[in-house]
Design a protein around this ligand. Structure first.
Ligand SMILES: *Cc1c(COP(=O)(O)O)cnc(C)c1O
Length: 257
């Protein structure tokens, strides 16, 4: 799963186009292998740690939706790139409630909803800002302590509560697979998210749509597409390798709630 060695850093618009084309081809290949239409899978470029100057080149190459793990970094970039109004910001990482007010201000989507108190805070802040937000519920499919998200068995009761938050448009489920060289364990995480969506759809309250499955990143997005992903979140395969280890984004053993 560790393909770090193959990631190349794009520093021109042409190089971004090239990296994007390679990723899109791999998505299409995976989709076709399992009889899906490549157009049913959306690529969300993940731009964490990439500075705004380089983001301008990526945007020129077509990356107008950008995923960011940390809200303050995303907010700073949204200000720096305020002259490019077509960019939509997707916050994909764990959110502390005291930062909900920032998300309510500038984000198009939030993929990591995992508790009702946060839904309430976001909804209140969105009302003040007179905005709405696309939202996915994050599920912990790996059972790892270090991963955020609801345990699958708590998801059904959780989504029953969500129609109360009128500013949140619930669109689906998101997960991070286990980080393992064993492909079957990674695939099992994606299968479990897909299965959960099927189960939840049967009793989903009205207003709660569960069409999206956001799963797969640079090291495992083809498996995710084979298992039904509708959104893949890809950073390093587009932007190049990151200097910081993943544990910086998913603190091990400390969930910082
Ligand atoms: C960073 C990140 C990704 C993308 O990871 P890459 O290895 O850069 O593709 C996907 N999802 C989340 C939640 C992330 O924080």
């Amino acid at each position: 799963m560790n393909e770090q060695a193959h990631y190349t850093t794009a520093t021109t618009t042409l190089e971004f186009r090239r990296n994007l084309a390679v990723v899109q081809d791999r998505i299409a290949g995976a989709a076709i292998r399992v009889g899906r239409s490549p157009g049913d899978v959306r690529l969300l470029p993940v731009s964490k740690t990439v500075e705004s100057s380089r983001l301008r080149l990526a945007i020129e190459a077509g990356c107008t939706d950008l995923g960011e793990n940390k809200v303050q970094e995303a907010l700073r970039k949204s200000v720096e790139l305020a002259d490019v109004p077509e960019v939509r910001w997707h916050v994909i990482g764990h959110l502390q409630s005291n930062k909900a007010k920032f998300v309510a201000k500038f984000a198009h989507e939030f993929q990591a909803l995992d508790r009702l108190s946060l839904a309430r805070t976001l909804n209140n802040r969105l009302e003040v800002a007179d905005r709405t937000l696309q939202v996915m519920v994050q599920i912990n499919t790996s059972g790892e302590d270090s991963k955020f998200g609801l345990p699958p068995q708590e998801a059904e009761a959780f989504i029953q509560e969500l129609p109360a938050f009128e500013r949140l448009h619930i669109t689906g489920l998101m997960t991070l697979a286990i980080n393992s060289p064993d492909e079957s364990r990674v695939r099992a995480c994606f299968q479990s998210l897909h299965k959960l969506r099927r189960q939840l759809s049967e009793n989903a309250p009205s207003g709660v749509e569960l069409t999206e499955l956001s799963m797969g990143m640079s090291g495992d997005f083809e498996l995710a597409v084979e298992e039904g992903a509708t959104v893949v979140r890809v950073g390093q395969a587009i932007f190049g390798p990151r200097a910081l280890p993943d544990s910086y984004y998913w603190p091990v053993g400390d969930k910082m709630r």
